[in-house]
Design a protein around this ligand. Structure first.
Ligand code: NAD
Ligand code: ZN
Length: 299
């Protein structure tokens, strides 16, 4: 079978023929239809210091996918050949295949966005990457009043606007304080979703929170970052780290929101054939994309 392989400890990925995995008694074999290119995959492609110390080579990469079960092990009684499943290990009947291909980052977005109650609250999202944009859409869907998102990348700000945020702002051009004023906000944001991993973005967030405000942090900073702890203390802020998703609670919420009209499809900006993977990584590295998916059905 064909796969994208990190063959050597250097930048790049290689489309290669690799052996089909053996099906153990507790396994299912999945024929992959579509995959999502994750930020993690971009790190592996670039071979930055994180990838170099974390990823053993050679390795077949990729973890965001939708596909069809083609074989099950002898112990498996609750899954059957022909079922469509996604990278969350979740049976995704009735869910659009493009959306199912990005269930993994969508799970991160839902987990973060619903960490604190947002009904009627004003929400600030820092970082309009695919996960930040999906989290903003989830906060809206869950009844937030204003959802303001920040990024320094015009392509992504525009994408966030298409997804229906209240305001998408570049903090280098206009301060978040100004946005608050324009919206008639007096006290700052009730809930913050940190989705950039960027220290400046996080500091901007801290300076714009209401007293008693709550921050969920998903973005992974590249290094330690200093903040003004006085703000945290005197504004009595709560900061909660978020990792992955909650089994199975996040999945149920994801499915129910999609069924009740949440549309995250616009976040997929490029649908490419697997053979065009180099272009997929390029647009991601240039920041000219939301989520990129690769189609493997035509092999
Ligand atoms: P991404 O890199 O595509 O998005 C981050 C965005 O932040 C980019 O669009 C970037 O332009 C923007 N940004 C940079 N500086 C900024 C600033 N000063 N102000 C506002 N925005 C700024 O990443 P993604 O795929 O959307 O993921 C979001 C974050 O979540 C990443 O840091 C990722 O590593 C992290 N992550 C964490 C988990 C977890 O379990 N904790 C899981 C998946 C991803
Ligand atoms: Zn991922």
């Amino acid at each position: 079978m064909k796969a994208l392989v990190k063959r050597r400890a250097e930048p790049g990925l290689w489309l290669e023929n690799v052996p089909e995995p053996k099906v153990g008694i507790n396994d299912v074999l999945i024929r992959v239809h579509k995959t999502g290119i994750c930020g993690t995959d971009v790190h592996i492609y670039k071979w930055d210091s994180w990838a170099a110390k974390t990823i053993p080579v050679p390795m077949v990469i990729g973890h965001e996918f939708v596909g069809e079960i083609v074989e099950v092990g002898s112990n498996v009684s609750d899954f059957f050949p022909g079922q469509i499943v996604s990278g969350e290990g979740h049976v995704v009947c009735a869910i659009d295949k493009d959306v199912a291909a990005i269930f993994d980052p969508f799970g991160n977005a839902v987990h973060t966005a619903l960490s604190f109650p947002v009904l009627g609250e004003d929400v600030l999202v820092t970082g309009a990457g695919p996960i930040g944009i999906m989290a903003a859409a989830v906060a809206r869907h869950a009844g937030a009043r204003f959802v303001v998102i920040t990024d320094v990348n015009p392509f992504r700000l525009e994408l966030a606007r298409k997804m229906g945020v209240t305001v998408a702002v570049n903090p280098q051009e206009k301060s978040i304080q100004e946005v608050q004023k324009e919206l008639g906000m007096q006290e700052g944001f009730d809930v913050g979703l940190e989705m950039s991993g960027n220290a400046r973005a996080f500091r901007d967030m801290l300076a714009n929170m209401a007293h008693g405000g709550k921050i969920a942090m998903l973005g992974i900073p590249a290094e330690e970052m200093a903040i003004d702890w006085n703000t945290v203390i005197f504004s009595m802020l709560t900061i909660k780290g978020i990792y992955g998703r909650e089994m199975y609670e996040t999945w149920y919420k994801m499915t129910v929101m999609l069924e009740s009209g949440l549309d995250i499809k616009p976040v997929i900006t490029h649908r490419l054939n697997y053979a065009e993977y180099e272009r997929g990584f390029e647009v991601m590295m240039e920041g000219q994309s939301g989520r990129v998916t690769l189609d493997w059905e035509t092999i």
